[in-house]
Write a protein that binds this ligand. Structure first.
Ligand code: SF4
Length: 138
């Protein structure tokens, strides 16, 4: 899933000013393999990704957390979202659908409008499952 063009442009602008951005290869640190850096007194591994591609992918993250569009959910939000998704399996009520759209906008800055179209709602549910998975991996 691609990020809205406004978000991609914001990310690229942040990378362009980042001292770890390799202008020649257009990568985050050493191309492909990445490299370790110390940032704000902590050690991180840069991803080595090609930023022309990575910045366009909605779920990608800056390894140093510099992209402003990143939204990390809290434990309370995680539990709320997980419960909402576990209820939205066979049927989604109007109330649940409104909530799903609201959270999709909040976490993914998607700008999606409320819709009852089944493929649209399924896409939103899938996207929100990825938000949950991301929280569980961290
Ligand atoms: S992804 Fe983050 S660390 Fe990498 S170049 Fe962009 S701003 Fe810098």
């Amino acid at each position: 899933m691609f990020a809205p063009s406004k978000i991609t442009a914001e990310r690229r602008s942040i990378c362009d000013k980042c001292k770890y951005f390799k202008k020649k290869s257009k990568t985050c640190g050493t191309p492909i393999v990445g490299n370790k850096v110390t940032y704000r007194k902590k050690e991180y591994k840069l991803c080595g990704c090609f930023m022309d591609i990575k910045a366009r992918l909605l779920y990608s993250r800056c390894p140093l957390g510099k992209w402003q569009d990143e939204y990390k959910i809290s434990e309370v939000e995680y539990k709320e979202l997980k419960e909402l998704l576990s209820n939205a399996v066979n049927e989604v009520s109007r109330e649940e659908n409104t909530k799903l759209h609201y959270l999709h906008n909040k976490y993914l800055k998607s700008g999606v409008q409320g819709s009852r179209c089944i493929p649209c709602v399924l896409q939103i549910i899938n996207d929100l499952h990825k938000v949950v998975e991301q929280y569980e991996q961290e």
